[in-house]
Design a protein around this ligand. Sequence first.
Ligand SMILES: CCC/C=C/C=C/C(=O)SCCNC(=O)CCNC(=O)[C@H](O)C(C)(C)COP(=O)(O)OP(=O)(O)OC[C@H]1O[C@@H](n2cnc3c(N)ncnc32)[C@H](O)[C@@H]1OP(=O)(O)O
Length: 300
Amino acid sequence: MELRWSSDGAVVELRWSSDGAVMELRWSSGGAVMELWWSSDGAVVELRWSCDGAQVELSEMVDCFNEITMNSDCRVVMLSGAGKLFTAGIDLTDMASDLLSPKGDDAARISWNIRRKVVKYQEAFSVIERCPKPVVVAIHGACIGAGVDLISACDIRMCTQDAWFQVKEVDIGLAADVGTLQRLPKVIGSRSLVNELALTARKMFADEAKSSGLVSRVFADKEAMMAGALEMAGQIAARSPVAVQGTKINLIYSRDHSVTDGLDYMATWNMSMLQTQDVMKSAQAAMEKKSPKSIVFSKF
Ligand SMILES: CCC/C=C/C=C/C(=O)SCCNC(=O)CCNC(=O)[C@H](O)C(C)(C)COP(=O)(O)OP(=O)(O)OC[C@H]1O[C@@H](n2cnc3c(N)ncnc32)[C@H](O)[C@@H]1OP(=O)(O)O
């Protein structure tokens, strides 16, 4: 089975392997390749990109996460880099023609066009946060600039011992504008540390990333990390999708609102979601000491 469509010049292909076990969404644009792998039951989606140097085609993230959001088989997303490093951030060779040569007949039009561009970049990461399926990101090697914007929008971060992180934008004359300055302070408890990283562009290595709370797990190497991430994704995918997606949505809502508002939103959320059959199924399995993996939940 194969589905192809083109959006903004990008070609998206959706196809299943011959045994139906692996579904692959692959698109290519500007040399960057992203792949989306689905587990045999469709519950875990693994998104990898190949990025040896730079070149992550951000606009395609939006199509990808919209696809994932609408797919009721998918319960969790795993994101990782397929190249020798996670990402080197924005393609510096492309910046001059893209960001630094704004079009428009006067200052108002030029400014408006730049604004549009920034918002489009922001959307590429906000779509991850808006996706109700939890996103586990596995980081190896360098994670620079836009990479930090990206991982800040994910739900669970893990890395290899050789990983390092750099809020690099000040070094290229930019205030980071696609999410790091907004989300990182909510990820890392220390405001002073966030300020230091963003203002000096110094590298942060795996151990500090763990102690500061940027990542929750560090693995010896990529192989161990991918196994750990897959295991965690499987644990999440085994739980009620009503409970899991409601948890993600309410955690993010509460992060951005007062406790009172968060509780109010939660009460309204569960007005409907408590009517799910998943509660009874899950409670019964717990009483019978059965693994959540043994429960069959309806698609959500
Ligand atoms: C509205 C806009 C929103 C977005 C804003 C985003 C901002 C950012 O992302 S800021 C961060 C930009 N990125 C960088 O500054 C990274 C610069 N690169 C490096 O620090 C190193 O190259 C790196 C640590 C990634 C790898 O080092 P290594 O010693 O292993 O290899 P190199 O010889 O340095 O690089 C290999 C080739 O890759 C090219 N390259 C690396 N990064 C980029 C990049 N970001 N853009 C374009 N090209 C990159 C590098 O030039 C080498 O190419 P070549 O010489 O042709 O082999």
